[in-house]
Each structure stands twice: as structure tokens, then as C-alpha cells.
Design a protein around this ligand. Sequence first.
Ligand code: DAU
Length: 341
Amino acid sequence: MARVLVTGGCGFIGANFVLHLLRTRKDVEVVNLDKLTYAGNLGNLAEAEGHARYRFVRGDIADAGLVEGLLAEGVEAIVNFAAETHVDRSIQDATPFLQANVLGVHTLLRAALRRGGVRFVQVGTDEVYGTLGPSGRFTEESPLLPNNPYAATKAAADGLVRAFHRTHGLDAVITRCTNNYGPFQFPEKAIPLFIGNALEDRPIPVYGDGLHVRDWLYVEDHCRAIEAVWRGGRAGEVYNVGGGNELPNVELARLILRELGKPESLIQFVKDRPGHDRRYALDSARLRAELGWTPAVTLREGIPMTVRWYREHGDWLRQVRSGAYRDYYRQHYHERHGLKA
Ligand code: DAU
């Protein structure tokens, strides 16, 4: 039985990864360490609660004693999803981003090094490469040129991971993905925000001229990629994970509206995001060639699936949009474990 420490497992991608492992692997035990910030939602892992191979621990990746204690239980890998991730929030205040994405990662790296025999998987982002013109794609050798504070902290994290491998010999790998979408995504991100607003016949805010391009990756495809890199990636290496589904934002908004049978007049062009990267696209040839990964879900398939999921999980969406999901921990988890809130 392999025991893996998933950090940030109550967020969007982390929760999908935990569920992916529990559903598809019988030989993996998951310890989920999550601080339950605004983006962490225990409701995302309701399916995992009570599972014999799953355990939730509430805590901070920057708590060295806690992390070291968990590693001492015999963990073979850390897969780190814990991060502050929303660009617009980092423009308002980057402090929590530095704490989680840089200091938190440093604590995890140090704990892994002290323990020994632990593989470290850092889940990163294409935003570290900066922006592209109309053509070309970033490879793993492209320079890191982050343009917003969030991306700068993720670039710093990647630098630390690389340094711990090169300097201290830590067994570490880095993945860098394009924009994810799918179940349980926090509705501050474009796709669930657009779906949620459209369902309520409210305007869909498209930044600037709407011609910024993102490459969309279905979250389950991303989870398979992370697992492949964890198990087979070369130590010290970076692996790009691209969806291969590029679309300008205004087209994405139209696609979602068509799927919901809502009018295009809901689209509202609003003030642009400062430092807004024009286009992201990744070359994932390394991941394909070395680990045989390919994305399975195209955007034309993934958007209807995702729209259906949010429609069928109206309670989840309403709870998250209203903030009520934050009571889940108090009401549900504490009751279950006979703890005081
Ligand atoms: O590329 C990977 C990155 O994708 C991740 O590292 C980030 O954590 C994740 O937040 C995401 O960054 P983006 O800034 O690209 O995602 P977001 O969903 O915020 O925006 C997607 C695009 O849609 C972007 O060009 C900005 C635009 N947008 C976004 C929002 C929230 C709008 O036009 N209107 C909006 O209201």
C-alpha cells in the first residue's frame, strides 16, 4: 500500500485528485492536509468521508511540526496542490500568496528532505512562463517571465523545488498545467462564474476585448497527468500539461450560453484585468513521449459535461456562492467526530 500526502486536497484540483485516486487505485492510501481557506471545501470530499483509505487532517503546510509528524507515519510522496490561486486576488493583496505558495512550499520541501525517501510533486502552472503572442507554445525550457503576483509566487515555488533537487538531491518533479475546468471549481474562476451567472440570468463579465486565449484542460485529464508524473516522472524534471483546447474568452462565454440555452446579450464586456496575459498555450510533447499521457476530453465534450454537473449540483453551487459551505466543517465534520466547533 502506497501512502500519499495530498496537500490542499479540499480545493478544486486537489479534491478531484483525491477522488481519482480513491476511485481508480486500490493500493493507495490518501492523507489529505488542508487548511480550509475560502477555497477549501470539505463538501467537495463528501464521497471520501469514511473511506478506509482516506484521512483528512486540518492544518497548514507551513506548520513544520505537523508536516513532519505526518511524514513520519510513512508517506512515500507529497503531491502539493495547496496554494492561493486566483490572479485577481493576488492583484489586491499578494501576502497570502507569498505565505502559502512560497513559505508553505519551502516548509514542505524541508520536511521531505529531513524525512528522506519522499518524492515531492509540485503542481504548478503555465502562468509562470508569462504571455504568448498569437502563435507558438511554451516548452519546459521557456524562460519564466511571470506577469502577475500570483504567477510570480508560483515561479518562486518552482525555483525552490528545482533548488532542493539540484542542491540537496531531493527527489522532486514539477507539473505545469493550462487552465483547468470541471466539477468542484470555485466560482470565482471564469467557467463556473459564467455558468453560475447565466443560470441566474445575470450578466457574464468578460474582461477587456474578450480575445484573451486560454487552453482548457479537463480536470480529470490533469489528475491522470499528475499521477503519471508522480509515478514515472524523472527526478528534477518539469512536465507541461496542456489541454490542447485553445479558445478566446468571449467564445468560451458563447459556448456556455449556447449550452444553457441563454442569450448572448448576457455577455458584458468589463474593465480589463491589469497585467492580463494575452494567451497561454503549452507544448506537452515531453509528457506524451515519456509517460504516454494524452488528454481524453475535448472542450466540446467537457463544457456540456461541466454545465450538466453544475446544473445537477445546484445546492453545491448555491452554498459556495453564498458562503454557506464554510459552515460545513462546523456542522458536519465536528458533529461526525464528536468535536467542539
Ligand atoms: O493557466 C493556469 C491558471 O489558470 C492557474 O494557474 C490559475 O490558478 C487559474 O486561476 C487560471 O488563471 P486565469 O487567470 O487564466 O483563470 P480565470 O478563470 O481567472 O480567467 C480565465 C480567463 O477569463 C482569463 O483570461 C480572465 C478571463 N476572465 C476571468 C474572470 C474571472 C473574464 O473575462 N472574466 C471573469 O470574470
